[in-house]
Design a protein around this ligand. Sequence first.
Ligand code: SAM
Length: 249
Amino acid sequence: MNNNQKCKKGKVFLVGAGPGDPGLLTVKALKVIKSADIILYDKLVGEEIIKMLKDLNKKIIYVGKKSKENGMIRQNEIHTLIRKFVDEGKTIARLKGGDPFVFGRGGVEAEFLSKEGIDFEVIPGVSSINSVPTYAGIPLTHPEFSSSILVVTGRDDIDAWSKAPLHGTIVILMGRDTIQELCNRLIKAGRDPLTPVAVIESGTTERQKVIRGDLLTISETVKETNMNGPVLIVVGDVVKLSEVIDHHV
Ligand SMILES: C[S@@+](CC[C@H](N)C(=O)[O-])C[C@H]1O[C@@H](n2cnc3c(N)ncnc32)[C@H](O)[C@@H]1O
């Protein structure tokens, strides 16, 4: 059997929807969305983008994780759904927040599609990693302040990455619940307690909220601020630049 015979009829596009601002959806992503029969989307796809999808009068299905649900079970359900639609010969746009290959299980889905012999394409998206700090006026590198970027999640083995170089920018995804521990570990690992930190909620959207502090103070401020949306944390001297750049983004 050659590859073409092995491929089932439908096709899947794994599409990055960007961080929330519909203006950051790529031209290619929009084209794929408009041509798809069915759209499967995740929790982090921006509200305004979802509104736009609804206006397209297509079949759109939410497949994001419900709170406390086991991620792997949900992933298997998504695979089953994709296989069903592919067997019906449908073109599916599988929308994921940010970039599909950045902490979003896009790699897991691509592996599944490949193993199943399903025809697929990946459309990269604008990741929150760089776009969310940019909308808060924070350049991740700067000749004077930082020439490296470490990207981690607050759910990882904090002990391992907190020993990373003492200079440079750290971008932390999914770190709201562990922010106090994160800051303590970084101080213990030798970072200056007065290192600036920014916490950005729902970046790039109308609900964007930015709070600033340092490794000693930020977790208290986060506790006092009601934050329910996705949160990205930036640690490093580059955060200082937001004071001069913020109003120009
Ligand atoms: C499962 S990861 C997915 C990342 C995504 N694939 C990307 O490339 O941006 C989800 C985390 O990304 C961060 N994130 C995504 N969009 C964000 C936004 N608009 N504002 C702040 N953080 C965001 C948050 O840390 C959130 O918990």
